[in-house]
Write a protein that binds this ligand. Structure first.
Ligand code: AP5
Length: 227
């Protein structure tokens, strides 16, 4: 098996980053670091960070770089990141990308798996598919399993297969917030994709098709980028 090292999953809101990150976690045994999930946990717990982030996230805007970078810095110190990790939803601005590049360069000497070069995979699906994925998404508040009423429904409508908990819809999965998230993505995250394209060790994969097929495409892409 390849040493996974740091992997970036990039792509528009609802493209399937979280779904695919969970597939890779199962395969490679490295953690998913989702800045969206960490922020939502802070909102749910009512921390100072959560209080700052709540309104910003509901509107579909981006949380300030300094807060997000600090959150990621703390998470990357956890021992489970030693063999690598999957960054899902980070970096999303050029300032975050430059911060991450700097951190990886600074820690390359002392954290062996993290000294592997970062590889970046951008997942692509068309706008109508994104809208359908966002409007159909439901989440388990207990185990965070991601469902979709159209493409991945639970066995019993409205309830998690694993926990039996009532499924919830994200507060930012409204058409209005989605439009703002797409605007933020086009303005602030597209330059991040271009940044990693220029650095190399970057590829695009189709996110259209069954989850397992998309996952196989990502695994192949990462293996190729690691050669
Ligand atoms: P975040 O949680 O990162 O949201 P996002 O990037 O908009 O992405 P999503 O989580 O909506 O989608 P996804 O690509 O993970 O898709 P999923 O796998 O769930 O961020 C939320 C907010 O937090 C931001 O707007 C911002 O405010 C803040 N934030 C987060 N990170 C930040 C940062 N770095 N800087 C600043 N602010 C930040 O799939 C979607 C649906 O599609 C699911 O229902 C799934 O079942 C379905 N699906 C998945 N794959 C398939 C498939 N192959 N076929 C059919 N259906 C599929």
């Amino acid at each position: 098996m390849i040493a996974p090292g740091p992997i970036l999953l990039l792509g528009a809101p609802g493209v399937g980053k979280g779904t695919q990150a969970k597939e890779l976690v199962r395969l490679w045994g490295i953690p998913q670091i989702s800045t969206g999930d960490i922020l939502r946990a802070n909102v749910a717990q009512g921390t100072a960070l959560g209080k700052t982030a709540k309104g910003i996230m509901h509107r579909g805007e981006l949380v300030p770089d300094s807060l997000v970078n600090e959150m990621v810095a703390v998470r990357l110190q956890e021992p489970d990141t030693a063999r690598g990790y999957i960054l899902d939803g980070f970096p999303r601005t050029l300032a975050q990308a430059h911060w991450l590049d700097g951190r990886l360069a600074a820690t390359a000497c002392c954290e062996p798996a993290q000294s592997l070069p970062l590889v970046a995979v951008s997942i692509q699906v068309d706008y109508n598919q994104l809208l359908r994925r966002i409007s159909g998404r439901r989440n388990c508040p207990v185990c965070q399993t991601i469902y979709n009423i159209y493409s991945k429904p639970p066995q019993r409508a409205g309830f998690c297969d694993v926990e039996g908990a009532a499924l919830t819809q994200r507060a930012d999965d409204t058409e209005k917030a989605f439009a703002e998230r797409m605007r933020a993505y086009a303005a602030q995250t597209t330059p991040v994709i271009e940044h990693y394209r220029e650095l190399g060790r970057f590829t695009e994969v189709s996110g259209d098709g069954p989850i397992a097929v998309v996952a196989a495409g990502i695994v192949k892409a990462v293996e190729r980028l690691r050669e």
